[in-house]
Design a protein around this ligand. Structure first.
Ligand SMILES: [Fe+2]
Length: 241
């Protein structure tokens, strides 16, 4: 199977469409999403539609559940809270139910998906260090787990009981290793690289690779402004932070 693993689309239709085009060229068979389909950007409805149309299986992100009313979002930044309220105003009942019903994590025969960590999937903890990676490794039943949430591509590798971290995501899967892969963000990268990020996971070739895709950032920014969303949500797209 040749998977495309995406995350943190954040209502950025321009970035999402560019990634979908790249996935077609890369002959991706199945797309999986690590959550945060909505929030921040100006096209929540169109992004949900594209996820459904592409038969993309997704877990919930904190923004998805905040918008649907399943998560208290009082801890979000002011801009994040404004985006939740604006996104709610754009969605109908069917979309709200869809977001509300996204599972907190899932697994198939090849991999596990979660937005933050497996130890608290519905609480959306950031997986940012070896200790948190170790707790997720302890709960993993697959060789590979894909995560998002930080918007920064990263890999944690477990080998003979030791865990290593790297930001180089082009991996030949080794028989004695397990992997937690943060695939980065489609719609709001925060690693100082504004290009949309996603990963390819090829189970036949036993390899994972990170791809970065250019998209029409100006158009996404313009839509954010026109929607009346906080200006900073558009400005940060150019800086990738
Ligand atoms: Fe996110």
């Amino acid at each position: 199977m040749r998977y495309g693993i995406i995350s943190d689309i954040h209502s950025n239709l321009e970035a999402f469409e560019a990634v979908m085009t790249e996935c077609r060229q890369l002959k991706i068979e199945t797309l999986l999403c690590c959550g945060d389909i909505v929030g921040y950007g100006a096209d929540p409805k169109a992004c949900i539609h594209l996820v459904k149309k592409g038969n993309i299986v997704s877990v919930a992100g904190n923004h998805d559940w905040a918008v649907s009313g399943r998560l208290d979002f009082s801890y979000f930044t002011p801009n994040g809270q404004a985006a939740v309220l604006w996104t709610r105003s754009q969605l109908g009942m069917e979309d709200m139910i869809y977001l509300n019903n996204l599972p907190s994590w899932l697994k198939n025969k090849d991999c596990t998906l979660v937005h933050g960590t497996l130890q608290s999937p519905g609480q959306f903890t950031y997986l940012t260090n070896i200790e948190k990676a170790s707790q997720t490794f302890a709960l993993m039943e697959n060789k590979v787990c894909f995560v998002g949430h930080t918007h920064v591509p990263q890999v944690y590798i477990e080998r003979e009981g030791r865990i290593y971290s790297s930001d180089i995501l082009d991996i030949d899967i080794q028989p004695d290793c397990r992997y937690i892969i943060n695939v980065g963000s489609v719609g709001q990268p925060r690693d100082r690289n504004p290009l949309a990020s996603f990963c390819v996971y090829d189970t036949q070739l036993e390899m994972i690779e990170n791809h970065r895709v250019p998209y029409d950032i100006e158009r996404a920014q313009q839509k954010i402004l026109e929607a009346g969303l906080p200006q900073a949500l558009g400005l940060r797209l150019r800086e990738g932070r």
